[in-house]
Design a binder for this molecule. Sequence first.
Ligand code: PEP
Ligand code: MN
Length: 266
Amino acid sequence: MKNLLSDKESGKPIKVKVGNIIVGGDEKIIISGPCAVESYEDLLSIAKELKKLGVHMLRGGAYKPRTSPYSFQGLEDEGLKIMNEVGKIVDMPLVSEIMDTRDVEKALNYIDVIQIGSRNMYNYSLLKEVGKTNAPILLKRGMSATLEEWIYAAEYIMAEGNLNVILCERGIRTFETYTRNTLDLNSVAVIKQKFRLPVLVDPSHGTGLSELVSPMALTAICAGADGLEIESHICPEKAISDARQTISIKELSKIIEDVNKFTTYF
Ligand code: PEP
Ligand code: MN
């Protein structure tokens, strides 16, 4: 891997600005919210709680890449509109996954950060399309992608002129089946040493188990992650998707408290 835009040799570490928030700076950035946008009322009540905790950005899936086509596919356009309305009320930047090149331009009227999900990391048309914008892009690692393939996916975006790429480790498939994925924190240490892009960690999809979110979130910060993306809900057991890995507001509050302690320690 030589002469890459993302390589540390090619320039200063990249800090991605989202409104007043800087990803890749001194502060550890917390993105949280439900797996899917379920309704205006639910998202608003979650967002109000997250805002109180100092969560930096609100996440919520409008277009959901579900394993089964018969599972809830998200509220789609309506979901983006709900996010936008809630975002204005709580004054938080919004992160949501876009899966189709045809939705990119429209989505930017409603949200601030485009998430490219694990299943779309290899969707080179989509990567090129978001590369033509200057929006911040949260690029999740493909569930079977090597570090090299993931970095090249980031290069697809950067090569089009958009350097505002935030990587997000979300676990990979291994022989282990106890957890949903195996959270590869080696990648975080490598990225911090060799590359100039900020990297977040998603311990929710990384483990699939709510009781493992806190330990792996804190371990991720120790490995050098610039922040975390965590699925949370007022009532996790009632979440329409990914209930088993979703944590409560109280659990999230404790993680944020612990992350802040670590940050002073480092
Ligand atoms: C998500 O964050 O909503 C998601 C679907 O995650 P991933 O793409 O990592 O599976
Ligand atoms: Mn999810």
